[in-house]
Design a protein around this ligand. Structure first.
Ligand SMILES: O=C(O)CCC(=O)C(=O)O
Ligand SMILES: [Fe+2]
Length: 278
């Protein structure tokens, strides 16, 4: 990942994620602004969806949920980049599949309850946060305060570098210090709504003031876009009435993604502007 982000800007810009309709590829610095109170997120990223390392022979261009496969964009170098990224994707997705089942059991549901609801496979991003120097300005940070949109995120963060913070119930930011050999699991809004708030989505942000560049890799696990999400019967009782309306997961995620990319962006041609092209 380090070698990819070290490529010349011009090379990375050829893979700009706004060139296609699905936000796959390279996301430059300040391209998103996840917290509307901020001025842009100070990370650059590389985004992929599911892909087999060796394409299956009988591949008929259909994804697991029967939609057309969305192609990932890949750089021609570094040579090992695609293999490393795809292998990690499959390993992390394996953890996600186990977690869906564990969550189902914890919610008094059949173990396989979620199995047919996440055929559309997750999106993964490799993120690079350059070190931030200069005066502290809460409006320009690595990634602004937000909760993740989908069900849960499996986040690998680089050991030895403090950047990720979580807002606790007293509204104080606490450091999520990386623990080598572990992954962070962030509950997202859809699972929070599904569980009627029993699993709570965590508000978090990342600020890299370590003096050295930092990398992280989130895998965003959600549900298929047609799935309607409303509090599960096992999470609703007389003492805990349903707190959330039914929503369509695809519409919810689409809206959040649009908002995140609306405020500030760099165009595929390399200029910086806003939605009006100014
Ligand atoms: O880089 C991190 O530690 C957090 C990334 C994150 O919150 C996200 O991509 O949603
Ligand atoms: Fe996040």
């Amino acid at each position: 990942m380090k070698a990819f982000f070290a490529l010349p800007t011009e090379t990375k810009m050829k893979l700009h994620h706004r060139k296609g309709p699905h936000y796959r590829g390279y996301e430059p610095l300040l391209d998103s602004n996840i917290d509307p109170a901020n001025r842009g997120d100070l990370y650059e990223g590389f985004v992929i969806g599911k892909e087999d390392l060796v394409p299956k022979e009988d591949e008929d261009n259909k994804a697991d949920d029967d939609t057309t496969v969305i192609k990932n964009l890949w750089p021609s170098e570094p040579a090992e980049f695609r293999e490393a990224f795809v292998n990690y994707y499959h390993a992390a997705f394996g953890v996600a599949k186990d977690l869906y089942r564990l969550f189902a059991l914890a919610l008094d549901l059949p173990e396989t309850y979620f199995d047919d609801k996440f055929k559309r496979c997750p999106i993964m991003r490799g993120l690079h946060y350059p070190p931030q120097t200069g005066p502290e300005d809460d409006r320009i940070i690595g990634i602004g305060a937000h909760s993740d949109f989908e069900c849960f995120t499996i986040l690998w963060q680089e050991p030895g570098i403090q950047a990720l913070q979580i807002l606790n119930s007293e509204k104080k930011w606490i450091n999520a210090t990386p623990i080598p050999g572990t992954l962070v699991i962030n509950i997202g809004d859809l699972l929070s709504r599904w569980t009627n708030g029993i699993f709570r989505s965590a508000v978090h942000r990342a600020i890299n003031r370590s003096g050295i560049r930092r990398y992280s890799i989130p895998l965003f696990n959600g549900t298929d876009p047609h799935v309607e999400v409303e509090p599960l019967p096992t999470c609703v009782s007389a003492e805990r009435p349903a707190k959330y309306e039914i929503i369509n997961s695809g519409e919810y995620v689409r809206k959040r993604v649009q908002e995140m990319y609306q405020g500030s962006f760099t165009s595929p041609n390399g200029t910086t502007g806003n939605d009006d092209g100014q």
